[in-house]
Unconditional design. Sequence first.
Length: 521
Amino acid sequence: MRSKRGWTRRRFLTVGGVGSAALVVAGATRIVGTANASHSQGPVIASFQAPLPIPPVLNPVRSDADTDYYEIAQQEAKVEILPGVQTTIWGYNGMFPGPTIETRRGRKVAIRQTNRLPSLGGVKAAYVCGDGQHATAQGLPVLSPADLASASVVHLHGGVTPSESDGFPTDLIPPGGFKDYTYPNDQRATTLFYHDHAMNTTAYHNYMGLAGLYIVHDDVEDRLPLPKGAYDVPLILQDRSFTPDGQFLLKNDQFFADENTILVNGAPWPHFEVAARKYRFRILNASNSRPYILALSSGKPLVQIATDGGLMAAPAPSASIPLSPAERIQVVIDFADYPVGSQVVLQNGNKQGQMSQVMRFDVVRKEQDDSAIPAKLADIETLRPEQAVRTRTFVFAPLLSLAHAPYIWKINGQEFDPNRVDAMPKLGDVEIWRFVNAKLFNIHGMPHPIHMHLVNFQLLDRNNGQKPAPYETGWKDTLNVPEGEEARVITRFEGYKGKYLLHCHNLQHEDCAMMTTFQTV
């Protein structure tokens, strides 16, 4: 069986010419599924008809001297995603995407997450990898199959978080239950996101809508003259397929689910009216498995100012920027370069036709602009290989599986067992972790966006000496490693003692056992 390989690193690095198209790209295209016969035609959706929605910022229910307290209910709701159609979603507070939480470095956030999701009648619909029994069941609460399929976990992706609030996959909240999560936010200003991380059902729960932004600010960021307020705009990228009546259609597919609709902040191919001035965009790839290659239709560069872990040392203009699942970037686009009346498309160089479009910016007015992009953004400590006390190797590879055809996805030859610890780094130590993406029989493989919980890391090199590209410098927590390649990252283990995860953030692979546990001591 030949996998849908998606992009390769070579394509990632040579797609800079994607921006040579004309300024205006529009039109309606019939969306047709290509993966299998059950992936039926959905509604016809015209590009750039819906205005870009902005997820609301959630207000705390109360605050004290050092902590803001929130209450969030995970619940089913019907929302209008496609024009005139009500789609059933699972959302934080019934929203798609969930509400944004904004906080400041050093100020604690406490969230009571209550699971009001319905028990699933068609239990197998929640599993993309067999029946969900591929991993050791020890540690899971005793629940009915329907309740187990709807039980949830919340992970603050990129958060420096105590283990008990990090969202280990077996720390399930059953339907009708709740859990209190505490986030100290002792970390640099950055764009994080919170999402479901439940054992065996992460792909389904996220596809149904359980994801939202979480933004940390600090004094360093505040002092910079970057665009702020209404000119600091989140863009949450997701892809979905729909049934003919407008419901989500998640296929049981271990490869890139070839969804046929791109959503930004929950709207299909939206447009956003901008002034002829600078805007800062916080871009999150919240898709289950789709990578993007972002570029402007004008051919002008995207000026990147931040990666997963916050501000870079200096701005990095790029003709195109790859963005794998769970990665975040911040870019500044100066629309003063375009006359009023211009239309500029944010493109996806990884696909053809309508799927090559993400959204459109419409320049509709002039405005005074007192923002700027400084030559220096932040001081970043550079970790050096000689600081490392050890190197660990993690091999990500598929293995043939009759029970979970075609593959089970393993790390160092083992599928995830929540009771097994595979590394025990010491707090304060610097280590190099080598990620190897091995092909099966040197033929079958897929890219793996690899995510480390608790810590940020820096990319040392790829493939025994290839230096990082500009868009992947600075602090990161998720890194794409293409099939047949490898990368070395370096990190200092700081924060908290406890159990944390290393895993592939292709959620289909994650649910098919491609996770491992490390414990800081």
